[in-house]
Design a protein around this ligand. Structure first.
Ligand code: GCO
Ligand code: MG
Length: 399
């Protein structure tokens, strides 16, 4: 079997997605997600100009060899653009192999370790009444666990929700404002109110989005202990892995990190010193299914579980790959799931299902996703950026 073509499909059905479609001489095709929110065109160029020409004529069954060839062969290692491009190839080749075997991908990963995949959904509000409504809406949709984000008194915007794009901005990022002190004072009060309203049993999560110093994160983790969080996510910008030693020493609030990480090296200290409880990478940004499997096996030796990144900017192709892994690995923790719009689901028809707050990859051979290229072409890419964050004196802060 030979790869005869590979197309990079850029589409914007409400938001932008980059998809690689690998075609073989036997007519079997495979899909991979390479969406890098706000930097999509860099991955399109990397794939189109530097990866696709190298794939032509090669054997799609040689997944590990192709991965090593693209990773080591580039000489310039790691980074989100490179690893998103390699992820798309790796995922597409797994899709092809599983289709040839006529099995859903999870069967090639060892088969199901569970019957269904538990998820968490996002709730947010500018104030408590709005937040409670949002939590109730997620519960009504069946979510068994909820991520709680909230406005901070004195700040204009709630982070982590899509803001209406100001038409005057053109393709410029929305600017949010931030005050760490106000946030640290407010958040324990919010979780206290949520616990009083929704009781002790509902699993609650919170994402600090890399905004704190180690000592601030340690204090927040401690202040939130009475509210028994499922996890506190991305409490510091964790490029400095050693910083987590301080956080860990001061709080038993479980910690989740890794959605912006690209390789297992970013986790070396965090995992081997058991400084976190959940690894959060996305198949799409971590080089694909193959390295994710290795990451989970590494993490399992330290009782650390999976929590694959699953916001809307992971396409249904990337979500499907995540759900197959979730079903197969033993150390599954939870799957983030925001769902997609009907239009996105029409562009990417998928076999995976969401029922009673749980996902299942379905039994279609491969990933179980089909790309409607005509519909994709009818919704072109439009430049869009993630917000940026500034302190009240104008200093840029982590978003
Ligand atoms: C999450 C994330 C996302 C990111 C987004 C950036 O936990 O789901 O923090 O909402 O902000 O993926 O593109
Ligand atoms: Mg996050």
């Amino acid at each position: 079997m030979k790869i005869v073509d590979a197309k990079v499909v850029l589409t914007g059905p409400g938001r932008n997605f980059v998809t690689l479609k690998v075609e073989t001489d036997e007519g079997v095709t495979g899909l991979g997600d390479a969406t890098l929110n706000g930097r999509e065109l860099a991955v399109v160029g990397y794939l189109r100009d530097h990866v696709v020409p190298l794939l032509l004529g090669s054997d799609p069954h040689r997944i590990e060899d192709t991965w090593q060839f693209l990773y080591r062969g580039a000489y310039w290692r790691r980074g989100p653009v490179t690893m998103a491009a390699i992820a798309a190839v790796d995922t597409a080749l797994w899709d092809i192999k599983a289709k040839v075997a006529n099995l859903p991908l999870y069967q090639l990963l060892g088969g199901a370790s569970r019957d269904r995949v538990r998820t968490y959904g996002h709730a947010s509000g500018r104030n408590l009444p709005e937040l409670f409504d949002s939590i109730r809406a997620r519960l009504a949709e069946g979510y068994p666990a909820i991520r709680v984000q909230t406005g901070v008194p004195g700040l204009k915007l709630v982070y982590g929700v899509r803001h209406a794009q100001d038409p005057g901005l053109g393709a410029r990022p929305v600017v949010e404002d931030w005050d760490t002190g106000a946030y640290l004072r407010n958040l324990p009060r919010v979780f206290d109110a949520v616990r009083q309203e929704f009781g002790p049993d509902l699993p609650l999560l919170h994402d600090a989005h890399h905004r704190l110093t180690p000592s601030q994160a340690a204090r927040l983790g401690k202040d939130l202990e009475p509210y028994d969080l499922f996890w506190l996510e991305d409490c510091t910008p964790a490029e400095n892995q050693e910083a987590l030693r301080l956080v860990r020493a001061h709080t038993t609030t479980p910690l989740a990190i890794g959605e912006v990480f690209n390789t297992v090296f970013d986790y070396q200290t965090l995992v081997s010193e058991q400084l976190i409880d959940y690894v959060r990478s996305a198949v799409t940004h971590f080089g694909g299914v193959s390295p994710m499997r290795k990451l989970f096996d590494f993490a399992a030796q330290y009782q650390i579980k999976s929590a694959i990144h699953g916001p809307e900017d992971i396409s249904p192709v990337g979500m499907a790959a995540a759900i197959h892994l979730d079903l197969a690995i033993h150390n599954f923790g939870i799957q983030e799931y925001s769902g997609h719009t009907d239009l996105t689901n029409a562009v990417f028809r998928h076999a995976y299902t969401f029922t009673d707050g749980h996902l299942h990859p379905g039994e279609a051979p491969g990933l179980g996703v089909e790309l409607d290229e005509e519909l994709a072409a009818a919704h072109p890419y439009e430049p869009a950026y993630l917000p940026v964050n500034r302190l009240q004196d104008g200093t840029v802060h982590d978003w």
